[in-house]
Structures are given as structure tokens and as C-alpha cells.
Design a binder for this molecule. Structure first.
Ligand code: GLY
Length: 362
């Protein structure tokens, strides 16, 4: 088991990573004095699989449990569902001290954090991420949000959890596609910040795909540490430090949006977006071809896509203008100088962006 501390003065919290560690949850909650009733936001699938274990771990420490299931899709990240859940919490919250547990992937984490941030001007919440993507990224760092028709994550706040508990045993029931979606973010951490992690992935990717607990624990702990360090330095993404986590996301999100979030998982979009960012870096002579080939080789080896069929070029170009990192009309990309070293570049000629996007088409 490993513990990564995310230092934010009075809002410091631990990220506990291990295999089969749900059982220690009650004790951790009691140490933090979060309350007497856990309001657990989850989906039906996860509840069916793991509620028995979770309930036992909490009841053993005298904590009451209430489960609230929401649909298992991005549609749950809405004002409507958050209002329904808040009204439900208020009904229970008479003689109890309620705290929230986000028990699920990124959608449930973002929704639960958002609800925790606004109900009674903020109540405690903890994250128990159940996907690789959520364990290495969205459960850490306090970004909470729901979507509007006008765009994803438009309503939300920075609101840190009091604890993140990442049990890699919960990843056993993920599909290969879900594992790969998280693995794309793990590769991203190696590329932007950790050459050793990148080499580890080149050598051990098969163990990760086989869900070997030691390998999973290693990558989740390593990524959690990198993310914690970044968030400690730039919690609210004001200093171009947290921005580097968006490597590959400008074109990646545009690919997801242009294909209506259906055709590609987040990780598939990010894998392709990273390749586009690598290609832009090479065209600007920031990196040489051997680095871009090494990155493409790893993405391909693990089984993530390196090309899109029927590339929706126009849609991707239109969608990428909505990137939150753009300043006015000036584009702003996280690019590479080496594996483990990023550079933020503004105002890249649109011809170069277009060529890089065309390259990921088949
Ligand atoms: N997922 C990017 C961030 O937390 O900043």
C-alpha cells in the first residue's frame, strides 16, 4: 500500500493506493471525523458488485450508509440530476452528519464533488474511484463539475475531497476498452513529466493489461504523486503548471466532440490528440523523429488507436477552437521538448495544426 499526500495547507489530504484496501475505509473516515452517515453516490452496476464490501467496511466503524444510484453515463453530470440528489440528501439530513462518498468513475466523481461543494455551502466528500482513468486523474485535484447543453464542465468549482482511496482490485471488472482509456492518461503522465514511468510502461504494459495488482499499484501511485505535485503548485490552474495535464487534450477533446462523444472513449481521443501534439512539436523542431516514433510505438503497442477512419477534419478543427486554454483567438498548445519535458506554445499557424490533424487520419 502507498500513501501520497496532497499538500494544500488546511485542505491537505491523503491518496491511499493499494490492492484490496476497501476494508480500511471506516477507520480512515473516523480519523478524519467526517460524520456519522455516508451518502454514497454510485451507479447500479457498481452498487451490485461492491456495495456489500463497502457497507461492511463502513458499518464496522459505526457509520450509517445511504446509497443513491444515478445513471451510468455523462448525462448524469447535469443540473437536473444534481438538484434531485441534493433534495434527496436534504430529506435525510435532519439528525445526521452527512458526508458524501463518490463511488464510481469520473462522471460520479465530478457530480458528487459538485454536489458536496454547493450543499450547505460545502460538506465533506471522499473519492473512491472505480476506473483507472478516475484513479490516475479525475479523483485527484478537486475539479468538480456538471455539464450544460452549451458545453461540458461549464458549471463547477474547485473543491478538494478529504480523502481519495484507490483500490486497484476494483479495476478487475473493467472492460479492456475502459482500461485502455485510463492507460492513455498514464502514458500522458510519462510523456509530460516522468521519463522513468514512460520506460516502465514500454517494458511492463502487458502486466497492466493483465490487471496485475503490483503493476497497477505502481502506475496509480506514480501518477497520483505527479498529479498531487502539480495540483499543490497550481491548484486553480492559474500559473501554466496544471495546464500541462491537458497535453493531448486540445485535439483529443475536439475528436471526442466531433464524433459526438460516442465513437471514441476519452482515452482514445487523448491518444490521438497526443499524437497530434507530438506531430506539431516535431513540425516546430522541438523534438526529433525518434521521440515521436517512440511515443507512437507505445500507443500502438498497448492497443490504443493511432489513426482515425473517416477523419472528421472540419468538425475537429471547429471544435478545437472551443478549447478552454485558448486566450481570445490565440491558440495555446501544450507541446513537447523531450519525453518528460513540456513547453507551452501560443499562436501556432493553423496550417501546422491542420497538417497534424490530417496525419492522424487513415
Ligand atoms: N484533468 C486535468 C486536471 O485535473 O487538471
Amino acid at each position: 500500500m502507498e500513501i501520497v499526500k496532497l499538500n494544500l495547507k488546511r485542505r491537505t489530504y491523503n491518496i491511499i493506493i493499494g490492492s484490496n484496501i476497501l476494508g480500511r475505509l471506516g477507520k480512515e473516515i473516523c480519523k478524519l471525523k467526517l460524520g456519522d452517515t455516508a451518502y454514497i453516490i454510485t451507479n447500479a452496476l457498481i452498487k451490485n458488485k461492491y456495495a456489500g464490501k463497502l457497507t461492511k467496511a463502513l458499518k464496522r466503524s459505526g457509520i450509517d450508509v445511504i446509497y443513491k444510484t444515478v445513471p451510468d453515463s455523462e448525462q448524469s453530470k447535469s443540473i437536473k440530476i444534481s438538484t434531485q440528489v441534493i433534495i434527496d440528501i436534504a430529506r435525510y439530513d435532519k439528525k445526521r452528519r452527512i458526508f458524501i462518498i463518490a463511488f464510481g468513475g469520473g462522471v460520479i466523481g465530478d457530480l458528487s464533488g459538485f454536489i458536496a461543494s454547493i450543499y450547505k455551502r460545502g460538506i465533506p466528500y471522499i473519492q473512491i474511484p472505480t476506473t483507472l482513468l478516475a484513479q490516475v486523474d479525475s479523483s485527484i485535484g478537486g475539479k468538480t463539475a456538471v455539464d450544460l447543453i452549451e458545453g461540458k464542465n461549464l458549471v463547477g468549482a474547485f473543491y478538494q475531497p478529504r480523502l481519495v482511496l484507490s483500490d486497484v482490485r476494483l479495476l478487475n471488472t473493467l472492460s479492456k476498452r475502459q482500461v485502455l482509456s485510463g492507460l492513455a492518461e498514464v502514458i500522458k503522465y510519462g510523456i509530460i513529466k516522468d521519463r522513468q514511468l514512460f520506460t516502465y510502461l514500454e517494458r511492463n504494459y502487458q502486466d497492466i493489461l493483465d490487471l496485475e495488482p503490483g503493476a497497477l499499484e505502481h502506475i496509480v501511485a506514480r501518477c497520483s504523486l505527479i498529479k498531487a505535485n502539480i495540483v499543490e503548485q497550481d491548484e486553480k490552474e492559474e500559473k501554466e503548471i496544471r495546464t500541462i495535464l491537458n497535453f493531448g487534450h486540445t485535439i483529443g477533446h475536439a475528436i471526442e466532440a466531433a464524433s459526438s462523444y460516442k465513437k471514441h472513449t476519452h482515452g482514445e481521443g487523448i491518444a490521438l490528440g497526443m499524437l497530434a501534439a507530438v506531430d506539431i512539436s516535431r513540425r516546430l523542431n522541438l523534438i526529433n523523429q525518434s521521440i515521436s516514433q517512440r511515443i507512437e510505438k507505445l500507443i500502438k503497442l498497448v492497443g490504443l488507436p493511432i489513426r482515425i477512419r473517416k477523419l472528421p477534419l472540419k468538425g475537429i478543427i471547429n471544435a478545437h477552437y472551443h478549447d478552454k486554454k485558448f486566450i481570445g483567438k490565440k491558440n495555446r498548445f501544450v507541446l513537447l521538448e523531450d519525453i518528460g519535458k513540456t513547453k507551452i506554445v501560443v499562436n501556432i499557424p493553423s496550417k501546422i495544426i491542420r497538417e497534424a490533424i490530417l496525419r492522424i487520419g487513415e
